[in-house]
Design a protein. Structure first.
Length: 301
């Protein structure tokens, strides 16, 4: 199996009077441009999962997600690219198969299996895997969001490609796999800031749990920023949308409101509030997910 090659990605420096006043530099790594269909951190989180599936002789991948999941969209596209079949177990029996995410996943060959939200909560039980095996036969299982040891390996490779020196590395966080890979790769270098897209403070515990589960080095040079979730996963508020439109007009970098929009909003506010020491270089990763904009097309128009 040959996994599609990642394209070289640009680094864009964001310049504004308030950034200059703060005495810092802000650089955006456009990982959203690393592949036309499997973009952002999903490209890296899927890479070693799909290579492992091929190595073990699997022909089908099964994974989980919501109706607008970046992970579902990317998995369908990646499996198509490497010649694997894909199955998406979708949260919600009423999930609209005609929404942009699921329609594209189906176009890329994914079989969609909708289940109730109550049933979805059982997805990590052995009995659930047995049930899926009865329905679909043999498959290689990738967890929700793609986070496992193979995804962490891919995220680490993504960060290893950064040549620009920095003091802070910022990224949005959903399941914690990409951030765990960043921590493991940097091995204590710089300060890593994860911007939680979810309401609550549990992602810090998730990172620690991943480090323990996969025997990763437990470096402490990281912090989870929990103040910019805008109400929780998938929640959208007017001030976030206004910010995104202004940001995109000024810098020609598209964002989406679930992950990257929240992170950039928080990062710029922290710069304005003098969070970063003078002379710092802040390096942030655009983790892609722009397919998710389609679900917000009306308010982003």
């Amino acid at each position: 199996m040959i996994y599609p090659a990642a394209q070289p990605v640009p680094e864009i420096e964001i310049k504004a009077p308030f950034i200059e006043k703060a005495g810092v530099r802000l650089i955006v790594r456009r990982e959203d441009l690393n592949h036309p269909h499997i973009s952002g951190n999903k490209y890296w989180k899927l890479k070693y999962n799909l290579l492992e599936a091929g190595k073990l002789g699997h022909h089908t991948v099964l994974t989980f997600g919501g109706a607008f999941s970046n992970h579902i969209a990317a998995t369908a596209a990646a499996c198509k690219a490497v010649g694997l079949k894909s199955i998406g177990v979708i949260r919600g029996e009423d999930a609209d198969l005609n929404n942009p995410t699921l329609a594209q996943a189906v176009k890329n060959g994914m079989v969609i299996h909708r289940i109730s939200r109550a049933k979805y909560k059982e997805k990590e039980l052995p009995s659930f895997a047995d049930e899926m095996s009865t329905l679909f036969g043999d498959f290689f299982l990738i967890p929700e969001g793609g986070t496992n040891n193979l995804a962490i390996q891919g995220a680490s490779e993504m960060v290893s490609r950064i040549d620009t020196p920095f003091d802070y590395l910022a990224l949005p966080v959903g399941t914690g796999g990409t951030m765990a890979g960043c921590i493991d790769c940097l091995r204590g270098r710089g300060q890593i800031l994860g911007f939680s897209a979810l309401k609550g403070n549990f992602l810090t515990e998730e990172i620690v749990a991943l480090q323990q589960q996969y025997s990763l080095s437990a470096f402490g040079n990281w912090n989870m920023i929990n103040h910019y979730h805008f109400g929780g996963y998938g929640k959208v508020k007017d001030d976030l949308i206004v910010f995104m439109k202004v940001f995109e007009d000024q810098y020609a970098i598209p964002l989406e409101p679930v992950y990257t929009g929240k992170m950039m909003f928080g990062l710029l506010e922290m710069i304005k509030n003098a969070y970063f020491r003078n002379g710092s270089v802040i390096y942030t990763i655009h983790t892609g997910g722009l397919q998710g904009r389609a679900g917000f097309r009306r308010i982003l128009a």
